[in-house]
Design a protein around this ligand. Structure first.
Ligand SMILES: NC(=O)c1ccc[n+]([C@@H]2O[C@H](COP(=O)([O-])OP(=O)(O)OC[C@H]3O[C@@H](n4cnc5c(N)ncnc54)[C@H](OP(=O)(O)O)[C@@H]3O)[C@@H](O)[C@H]2O)c1
Length: 328
């Protein structure tokens, strides 16, 4: 059986993507088949499109790391869901399509009151931010956190998670994106294009620094991040947007301040890991989504016919929060 999906004629620019025919997936024993109503764009998709980020072994070749939609078929051993249920969840690939399969344990119910588009904007960035802030950095109430790229998808999720944990929040972002970050709960916003963020943090914290940093920029920020962390500080590195290679770094602050430097990815994690993370996020955040205290931040929703435009938009760093792709 065939379905429609975003296909790639060759690795390269966004214009290489188009809606085409693809084999419709069949759910395995404990998988559910979901009619995808919406997915969302991630930087990883833009890298995959260029041939720089191949899907992990066994994952769909189609782009798309998350989806929201309706359960339309159940694998033979599925017990948790029934046809017609509305779910969202993390995928290792395959979201840019009419249908996607997901293990029944990894699927999450769409929080009550949220649209499918909003639900599609949750999994990747909220799971990433929750993993970094809660599981890895173990942020505590009253601590200080610096979230780089505060207006990014992961950043806007991270600000809200840190706020709910009672932290004092510092972010870096381009100036035009500061107001949104403040509304979400950032206490201090730093325009990294006109100011040295490490000097600003020294000023704001009277030299004490921050307990936790969530970083996406890597090499260009590494030394400054080490200087910005307080004693027993923790840093989680999630991307290499600046550059992966640093020339000369003074590592002394790691010893002197007893720092923990961590890195993580989500896509290639085991099913067990992703399921436990999803369940923990559900426990932490679903009632907050349902009461409206936290929300997926959507910049723009594109129809999937305009997927090329959506990729260009992300690559131009225009978005604040998520870019959603509506599958029709
Ligand atoms: N490790 C993981 O598990 C994991 C999971 C999800 C995402 N990620 C990665 O995390 C990053 C953020 O993802 P996202 O979807 O939240 O991104 P996004 O919404 O596309 O936002 C990225 C923002 O980062 C800022 N930025 C870009 N290049 C920069 C640079 N060189 N220096 C400083 N700021 C820069 C830009 O905002 P400004 O206008 O403020 O500069 C840009 O809009 C991506 O690299 C993504 O691949 C990692």
């Amino acid at each position: 059986m065939k379905m429609k999906a975003i296909t790639l004629k060759a690795f390269g620019p966004p214009e290489n993507m188009a809606i085409g025919d693809w084999e419709k997936p069949t759910p395995g024993n404990r998988e559910i088949l979901v009619k995808v109503h919406a997915t969302a764009i991630n930087r990883a998709d833009t890298l995959q499109r260029q041939g720089k980020y191949p899907p992990p072994k066994g994952a769909s070749e189609i782009m798309g790391l998350e989806m929201a939609g309706e359960v339309v078929e159940l694998g033979p051993d599925c017990k948790k869901w029934k046809k017609g249920d509305l779910v969202c969840g993390l995928l290792a690939g395959g979201g840019y399509a009419e249908f996607a399969v997901i293990h029944e344990d990894l699927a999450l119910p769409i929080p009550k009151g949220l649209s499918v588009e909003e639900a599609a904007a949750i999994p990747e960035v909220f799971l990433t931010a929750f993993q970094a802030i809660d599981w890895l950095a173990k942020l505590q109430g009253g601590e200080k956190i610096l979230i780089h790229a505060g207006a990014s998808g992961v950043g806007t999720a991270g600000i809200q998670i840190a706020r709910e944990k009672g932290a004092e929040i510092f972010i870096t972002a381009s100036k035009s994106k500061h107001e949104v970050c403040r509304k979400l709960g950032a206490n201090y916003t730093i325009d990294y294009q006109s100011k040295e963020f490490n000097l600003e943090i020294v000023k704001f914290t009277q030299g004490k620094g921050v307990n936790v940093i969530v970083d996406f920029i890597a090499a260009p920020y590494f030394q400054k991040n080490l200087e910005t962390l307080s004693f027993d500080g923790r840093m989680v590195m999630l991307a290499l947007m600046g550059s992966p290679k640093a020339n000369t770094i003074n590592l002394a602050p790691i010893l002197r301040k007893r720092l923990k430097i961590m890195g993580s990815t989500l896509r290639a994690r085991s099913l067990d890991y992703k399921t436990r993370l999803s369940k923990d996020l559900e426990k932490f955040a679903w009632s907050l989504f349902e009461s409206g205290k936290i929300k997926p931040i959507i910049d723009t929703t594109f129809s999937w016919e305009n997927v090329a435009e959506a990729h260009h938009y992300m690559e131009a760093n225009k978005n604040i929060g998520k870019i959603v792709l509506k599958i029709t």
